[in-house]
Design a binder for this molecule. Structure first.
Ligand code: GLU
Length: 311
């Protein structure tokens, strides 16, 4: 099964995929602008996706505001915006495809059990230790019944047959990271689709072959590329871009001051914000995103994180 829509001769696509849980800040905007510049300067389409898979933390108003902010900066996209909340059937299809090959198993562990097991001496921190991977049918039936009595269903995990995978990244070069039996569908009272599955299925659906996003997601790329391979999808080109750091050296956050576009627009025009972003990327002042595109050159970018000092 090949899920990607790209056909020979088609341009391929880059994308931006914000999580709608608040207004976009300078760091998000810098990543979005880079994703757009990278796609457009390589002759690709640019797709937009709203990562509202986490229904608890996502809001439709926030998504609308984010899309309006991106448009205000001159970032345009091709085709309709894809909303993950409309994609549950596609995730279910991908899951079925994996299930048919025996690559999915139920996991009955609580969060606490996983944390405790992953603190064991030889465990990879944060990786699932495989507790439920090889249970016999009787034990499974028992543990499933225990969860059902509490009104809960088990999580579904991937039966990964590797523990590491290597991807190629523009900045990091060949990057090898851990792959574990990642969750595909979260358990509990209201089962939720997992981010790693959704990203892979949606990128393929939108014909994305270039993923430009924050460096904090680099460690997820090996898992996603491995999962993509199992679904017959070619891994995209990865560009994990430097982050914008706040004054304390941590990733820029709203508590660092007037960092959202909405706040910046009290004292600056959208063109001035784009110009400031262009200067932060090492290009001169510009009056618009379109003008920046004319001078954009990935080879000129620094791989260092950028410290926010205000507009
Ligand atoms: N929605 C994620 C975020 O805003 C990005 C996911 C991705 O780019 O793959 O952090």
């Amino acid at each position: 099964m090949t899920l990607r829509c790209t056909m020979v001769g088609m341009p391929g696509a880059g994308r931006y995929a914000p999580s709608p849980s608040g207004d976009l800040h300078y760091g998000n905007l810098r990543t979005a602008l880079l994703a757009w510049l990278w796609a457009r300067s390589t002759g690709r389409d640019f797709r937009m996706r709203v990562d509202d898979i986490d229904t608890q933390r996502s809001s439709a108003t926030s998504a609308e505001r984010q899309l309006a902010d991106l448009a205000a900066l001159g970032i345009d996209w091709d085709g309709d915006v894809l909303y993950q909340h409309d994609r549950f059937d596609a995730y279910a299809n991908a899951l079925r495809h994996l299930e048919q090959r025996g690559l999915v198993y139920e996991c009955y562990c609580s969060r606490r059990e996983i944390q405790e097991a992953s603190r064991a001496p030889h465990a990879v921190p944060g990786s699932y230790p495989g507790t439920c991977r090889s249970l016999d049918d009787a034990t499974r039936a028992q543990r499933r019944a225990n969860l059902a009595a509490a009104g809960r269903v088990p999580a579904l995990r991937l039966r990964a047959d590797v523990t590491q995978w290597t991807v190629h990244d523009f900045f990091a070069g060949d990057y090898t990271g851990d792959v574990d039996d990642m969750v595909l569908r979260r358990g509990g009272q209201a089962p939720d689709w997992a981010y790693n599955l959704a990203v892979v299925v949606d990128d393929a659906f939108q014909g994305v072959d270039q993923v430009v996003r924050g460096r904090d997601l680099l460690s997820s790329a090996p898992r996603q590329a491995y999962l993509a391979g199992l679904l017959g999808i070619e891994a995209p080109d990865y560009v994990h871009v430097p982050l914008v750091l706040g004054p304390t050296g941590r990733r820029l956050a709203k508590r660092d001051g007037a960092v959202t576009l909405r706040e910046m627009l009290h004292d600056a025009t959208p063109g001035e914000v784009v110009s400031r972003l262009a200067v932060s990327l090492g290009f001169g002042q510009v009056s618009s995103a379109a003008e920046l595109l004319e001078v954009f050159d990935p080879a000129a970018l620094s791989g260092e994180d950028y410290v926010w000092e205000g507009l």
